[in-house]
Design a protein around this ligand. Structure first.
Ligand SMILES: C[S@@+](CC[C@H](N)C(=O)[O-])C[C@H]1O[C@@H](n2cnc3c(N)ncnc32)[C@H](O)[C@@H]1O
Length: 94
């Protein structure tokens, strides 16, 4: 699963903890990526969750890399929601 704009990692860690899903979170704040990594490590979920620095408007992931996206408390702020939604679709497996 891809967590776009993962912030401090709360959603990604919750999903891994609750459902055992593998989650990759991305955020463009190095400080928040650091906090998210610490949260996952402290929860003992480093094997399921990882966080990467990146701009969600130019995702570094290949086509079809994920089964589902989450974008909690952030999608509404995208200036161009159609482009953002197309990018989500691109990285999803059909
Ligand atoms: C309101 S927080 C949501 C955090 C998280 N999804 C949650 O629910 O806890 C918004 C996040 O979006 C990130 N952000 C904003 N614009 C971004 C962009 N273009 N690419 C990646 N992250 C971005 C911010 O750094 C911040 O962590």
């Amino acid at each position: 699963m891809l967590d776009v704009a993962s912030g401090t990692g709360a959603s990604a860690v919750f999903l891994a903890e609750s459902f055992g899903w593998e989650v990759v979170g991305t955020d463009y704040s190095a400080e928040l990526v650091g906090q998210a990594r610490r949260r996952a490590r402290e929860a003992g979920l480093g094997h399921l969750v990882r966080f990467e620095l990146g701009d969600s408007e130019s995702s570094p992931f290949p086509d079809g890399a994920f089964e589902a996206p989450i974008c909690q408390c952030y999608f509404c702020t995208f200036p161009d929601k159609h482009t953002a939604a197309r990018e989500f679709a691109r990285v999803l497996r059909s």
